[in-house]
Design a protein around this ligand. Structure first.
Ligand code: FE
Length: 223
């Protein structure tokens, strides 16, 4: 119980951090006439009768903040994407070792509505900086719930030459084009030397007694 309570406090803390950092996720044209400084909260969590069972979060996050009309920056897919990764909310399996990491947040449309049933593909290296290019280790996909919430359990990826620490992500809403991008970690010495790195894609990361919890909200072109 003590660990659960601590986890809830960490998630609440991350939400507050995200709310205070309105430039953490988005760049791009503001084609909407809506004020770029306006904010709109995501509606409260509601159960979804159509929710994919594996997408159900352990702890709902508090309100997210979204700037209407501003999309999350797209970045290169890179050479290591592999189609066909399994449906799962945890990439931890026998043989996967490293610092436990929860990555969580919301997927929203550009008018800041939650995007339910968005397919999210994640892939990253193991703790030693190696991709699995023959199997699907540390690769998987999941779906957002009715509130646009996602939650992935994995490990902190390692480093490989030429890149700072990162996680590759594809966000595919039920309608509208998909987003391919990468997310990054704060306080990484490699961030300054990585030509692909963008601070707007940096997650908010908190240490817990059982690894790290990272928060990032995606805004995609979904109708
Ligand atoms: Fe990579």
């Amino acid at each position: 119980m003590r660990r659960l309570a601590a986890g809830i406090l960490v998630l609440a803390s991350l939400a507050l951090t995200a709310c205070s950092n309105d430039d953490h996720a988005q760049v791009g044209p503001a084609s909407s006439p809506t004020s770029p400084t306006a904010t709109q909260p995501v509606p409260p969590t509601q159960p979804s009768p159509t929710q994919t069972p594996t997408a159900r979060p352990v702890t709902p996050l508090p309100t997210a903040i979204c700037t209407p009309g501003r999309f999350t920056l797209a970045q290169t897919e890179g050479p290591y994407f592999k189609a066909g990764a399994p449906l799962r909310t945890s990439l931890i399996e026998p043989g996967v070792n490293g610092t436990r990491l929860i990555v969580t947040g919301y997927v929203m449309s550009r008018d800041c509505r939650p995007v339910a049933d968005a397919r999210m593909e994640f892939w990253h290296t193991d703790a030693q900086g190696n991709y699995d290019n023959t199997g699907y280790r540390l690769r998987g996909h999941l779906f957002t719930d009715a509130t646009g919430l996602y939650r992935l359990e994995t490990i902190v990826p390692g480093l490989y030459p030429g890149r700072t620490r990162h996680i590759h992500v594809k966000v595919l809403p039920p309608t509208g084009p998909g987003l391919t991008t990468q997310t990054y970690f704060p306080n990484e010495s490699g961030n300054a030397n990585d030509g692909i790195f963008n601070a707007g894609l940096m997650m908010s990361v908190q240490e817990t007694g059982d690894g790290r919890v990272a928060r990032f909200d995606f805004v995609v072109n979904a109708s």
